[in-house]
Write a protein that binds this ligand. Structure first.
Ligand code: URA
Length: 254
């Protein structure tokens, strides 16, 4: 596909028309301009034509139809994935785990060594800290859903690259549509920038609810950052209190 805006529009129109012929009426989109205050939760096909964005992230979301899949169906669709280069070094796909009807979902960036070995998200040092945070909120890991933007470990724990997030992110989108949580907590800047389609700093994204589909989305520090800098503990707990308040759950210790 060309990078020229006009060509992209032509391609997208063609794509929308084909999808309509296949019976797909709605596409799930994040707001194109997060700063506009406009909340574009879903868009029908003719609206979609008017709201084009050159960013490949949006293309990825456009590929996720509103059809709600079960987590099992999504896992089956992922299969023994070779869609991006991350598959080359993985031991296990880390799909995510927890409550399929969770009111609260945590999203990290990608599996590390322990997660890759065990096929489970957030089970290493940072994961143990996340478990403590969840427990401090008066919840168990089984109450929430925990997952990542990419499902295979990036080599040497490097940040996932844009093409990897675009390829794998479609499954995160499907997971979030399937679970339909009230609140999504993005752990760290990688997941936050990805889900908000933002280039902003973590600091600029923190402290307020954003919108992602039907869900409210809050940005906070990655637990690994807390391991490096304990000064982040207090602001992270303030963020979790905002989440508990939104979910109308008791705030332990208050
Ligand atoms: N860091 C992440 O972002 N995700 C995990 O699953 C583990 C560590």
């Amino acid at each position: 596909m060309s990078n020229n805006r006009e060509d992209i529009i032509v391609d997208l129109k063609k794509y929308f028309r084909q999808q309509k012929e296949l019976g797909i009426e709605y596409f799930y989109m994040t707001p194109v301009n997060r700063d506009s205050g406009v909340d574009e939760k879903t868009s029908d096909i003719s609206d979609g034509e008017a709201k084009l964005n050159e960013d490949t992230h949006q293309m990825n979301l456009l590929n996720s139809t509103a059809k709600k899949m079960t987590l099992d169906e999504i896992s089956e669709e992922i299969g023994d994935c070779t869609r991006c280069k991350l598959h080359e070094g993985r031991t296990n796909i880390v799909f995510g785990e927890g409550n399929a009807n969770a009111r609260l979902v945590f999203v990290g960036e990608g599996p590390g060594r322990d997660e890759d070995e065990q096929g489970r998200p957030f089970v290493g040092r940072a994961g143990k800290l996340l478990t403590k945070i969840v427990n401090a909120m008066g919840l168990q890991r089984t109450d929430v859903f925990i997952c990542n933007v990419v499902k295979c470990r990036p080599p040497e724990n490097r940040n996932p690259e844009a093409d990897e997030m675009t390829t794998c992110g479609q499954f995160l989108t499907k997971q979030l549509i399937s679970i339909n949580p009230e609140v999504i907590v993005c752990l760290g800047s990688i997941a936050s920038k990805y889900l908000l389609n933002s280039k902003g700093s973590l600091g600029s994204m923190r402290g307020k609810f954003h919108t992602y589909g039907n869900s409210k989305l809050l940005v906070t520090y990655h637990p690994a950052a807390l391991l490096r800098n304990p000064n982040f503990k207090k602001p992270l707990w303030e963020d979790m209190k905002i989440v508990l308040k939104e979910l109308q759950l008791p705030i332990p210790g208050d």
